[in-house]
Design a protein around this ligand. Sequence first.
Ligand code: HEC
Ligand code: HEC
Ligand code: HEC
Ligand code: HEC
Ligand code: HEC
Ligand code: HEC
Ligand code: HEC
Ligand code: HEC
Ligand code: HEC
Ligand code: HEC
Ligand code: HEC
Length: 398
Amino acid sequence: MRTARNFLACSIALALAALVLLTASCVAKPPPDCLACHDDKTAQDSAGKSINVDGKLFHSSIHGSMGCSNCHADIKAFPHPDKIKPVDCKSCHADEAAGLVGSVHSNEAEHPCTSCHGDAHQIVPKTDPRSAVYPLNVPKTCGKCHGDNGMAEKHGLAKVFPKYIDSIHGYALDKEGLLVAANCQSCHGSHHILSRKDPLSPTNKINIPKTCGSCHAGIDAEYALGIHSKALAKGNTNAPVCTDCHTAHEILHPTDSEFRMQSTPICGSCHKEMLSTYHDTFHSQLGALGGYVETARCWDCHGAHDIRPTADPLSPVNPANLIATCGKCHSGANASFVKYQPHANAYNRTLSPGLYFVRLFMNILLISVLSFFMLHTILWLVRARYNQIKHKDQNGGK
Ligand code: HEC
Ligand code: HEC
Ligand code: HEC
Ligand code: HEC
Ligand code: HEC
Ligand code: HEC
Ligand code: HEC
Ligand code: HEC
Ligand code: HEC
Ligand code: HEC
Ligand code: HEC
């Protein structure tokens, strides 16, 4: 009974379906089901290249509700020709395409949209963790070319990905899944990426504080108060920005001993004289004993971001603030303790009067002693010669 009823229902359904198909074909030719051929995993073109399109993935992609020919626009007739024109994404995404023009990736043949967005049939919104441009996936996507044996290396560029991935940002993103950590796009942008030499690039020296400051707003505000930022604003491009002290891709945790060891030479690379006078002091020699030792480094006394000239009353090394600054580490520091010269310089009378006069006295003493003995020796020689001649004369010239 049941089977008979089912059979009847099926027959009616089939007949109805056939009717619908028949009327449809009378009105217009049915759109060819592209996936009937292309959803076959083994499908290949005459050259042996796969022409498979995964129907399920395509339908769940952001373009899944579009017809195939919305992109493969030159397929008008069916069966379609063997050779089909490349898809033009710009017909719908004019802004992104315009962004690429004039960027470092403007070469369309080397950098089609799919080089960053992956398989055109599986594109999902950028907020989807499967997207090639989801924040956690961006470094890997750019790293395909900017890593080991990537295309960028062949263009003479440094391998950035391996450096980045071990940095504080790379670690936070890759190991901790921190969406707000800086990925390549946060500093470089996505479509209109420019070389750092371009003054409009977010990685151009002048713009770096703003670029890092888009996330590190507090530090950027502090930095803006310091002499380095003011010097830069006046056009002194020798003044350091964030990346001069932190690097761009190998940023370390500032409490890492590695960072603390290398920062003194970094400040010193510009302030050579101050580095050498610091080297002569106890603080530096303690730090140079080998291995890592907690001692006073440049920024412990000067601050790191809002560094000011000594004459500025807000400078931590302004004479009025020295007791507090040295007192951070030397409990009980008093006015006489802070007379100690953190930049021992025996050649500067105002900076280190004690050392200056000791050096002056020692030098004068040395020169006087040497001069005295020289004169003494010459007079001695003259006298010896005189005696010799006189002696000869007394002996009748023999
Ligand atoms: C009857 C099976 C069949 C159907 C239906 C079909 N195709 Fe194809 N398609 C093929 C074959 C076979 C090739 C490989 C041609 C070759 O040998 O180069 C191919 C190749 C292609 C190519 C690659 C061309 C190239 O330059 O490499 C695209 C794109 C394509 N088809 C899109 C479509 C679209 C879109 C539809 C639906 C409108 C569709 N196909 C319907 C069989 C089919
Ligand atoms: C969002 C645009 C878009 C849509 C929609 C789209 N394609 Fe494609 N398709 C591309 C791009 C881009 C390529 C890469 C080659 C090129 O640039 O033409 C491609 C390539 C292909 C190829 C060649 C083999 C390959 O994978 O490289 C086939 C076959 C194909 N598409 C079939 C289809 C079928 C079938 C549909 C519908 C189910 C479809 N496409 C829908 C953009 C699209
Ligand atoms: C160098 C890599 C790269 C190339 C090449 C590239 N994109 Fe993108 N694209 C990205 C990144 C990264 C994002 C994510 C941007 C973001 O998170 O704001 C993105 C985002 C997008 C978005 C989403 C935009 C939004 O604001 O929501 C669209 C649409 C897009 N790209 C289209 C394209 C098209 C079309 C092309 C080719 C003309 C292309 N892209 C080429 C890297 C690229
Ligand atoms: C026929 C028009 C059309 C074409 C051609 C087309 N797209 Fe799209 N694309 C859309 C629409 C519509 C959306 C969804 C609208 C939206 O949410 O922004 C979309 C969304 C996207 C997104 C996701 C944006 C997001 O929210 O993150 C990306 C990436 C994208 N397209 C890339 C491409 C690429 C790459 C190509 C070429 C292979 C392409 N599109 C071709 C119409 C098109
Ligand atoms: C398909 C490979 C490829 C991908 C993917 C790619 N790049 Fe590139 N990139 C290159 C090549 C090649 C160059 C050199 C272009 C040239 O000099 O003509 C380049 C240049 C650059 C430059 C300029 C370097 C300079 O100063 O000259 C930057 C910055 C850059 N890419 C960042 C990125 C970022 C960020 C991403 C990811 C959003 C990315 N790239 C994705 C291949 C790629
Ligand atoms: C925190 C910001 C930041 C992040 C994250 C970042 N970059 Fe950079 N990148 C820069 C700056 C700034 C420069 C300019 C050069 C410099 O100051 O060292 C640069 C330079 C470059 C260059 C040019 C190098 C050269 O040889 O001239 C490339 C290529 C590049 N970045 C790619 C990437 C890629 C790929 C990623 C992701 C894996 C990435 N960057 C992540 C800030 C960043
Ligand atoms: C997209 C936002 C973003 C941008 C842009 C960015 N950072 Fe960061 N940065 C972070 C986040 C989030 C962390 C925290 C990571 C953690 O603690 O795991 C961080 C950590 C750091 C740290 C370590 C701080 C600490 O206390 O551990 C330094 C140093 C740093 N960033 C410097 C920079 C510099 C320099 C730039 C520009 C070249 C920059 N950042 C750009 C988001 C950003
Ligand atoms: C002159 C060198 C220098 C410059 C320029 C510089 N930093 Fe720093 N930064 C340091 C030093 C040194 C430390 C470690 C401070 C400490 O441990 O007390 C540090 C610490 C940090 C920290 C960790 C938080 C903290 O205060 O300990 C972040 C984040 C940071 N810097 C980001 C930035 C950003 C963003 C910029 C640009 C706006 C920048 N730095 C400019 C030298 C510099
Ligand atoms: C890339 C080079 C560079 C680096 C690195 C650098 N500085 Fe400077 N510094 C400058 C320049 C340029 C000036 C501004 C000189 C001027 O305008 O009078 C300056 C000014 C100063 C001043 C004020 C000096 C004065 O004569 O008024 C102090 C103090 C100072 N820096 C300390 C530091 C410390 C501490 C560090 C490391 C944390 C550091 N600097 C890293 C280049 C650098
Ligand atoms: C123990 C604290 C201390 C340390 C460590 C220290 N300084 Fe100083 N620095 C001072 C004091 C105090 C002054 C002002 C008196 C003087 O010039 O000797 C000064 C003066 C300076 C000045 C001149 C400022 C001006 O306005 O003329 C510069 C530049 C400077 N230091 C850079 C450095 C650099 C670079 C380092 C690391 C190599 C460093 N300092 C390490 C305490 C310190
Ligand atoms: C970041 C911590 C720190 C700061 C700030 C600091 N020192 Fe030191 N200083 C040390 C350490 C550590 C030693 C070696 C251990 C010791 O003797 O206390 C030392 C040793 C000394 C010594 C020789 C040993 C002694 O105790 O007599 C003098 C002198 C000295 N510091 C003076 C200063 C002066 C002056 C300042 C401020 C301009 C200063 N220090 C700021 C950490 C610091």
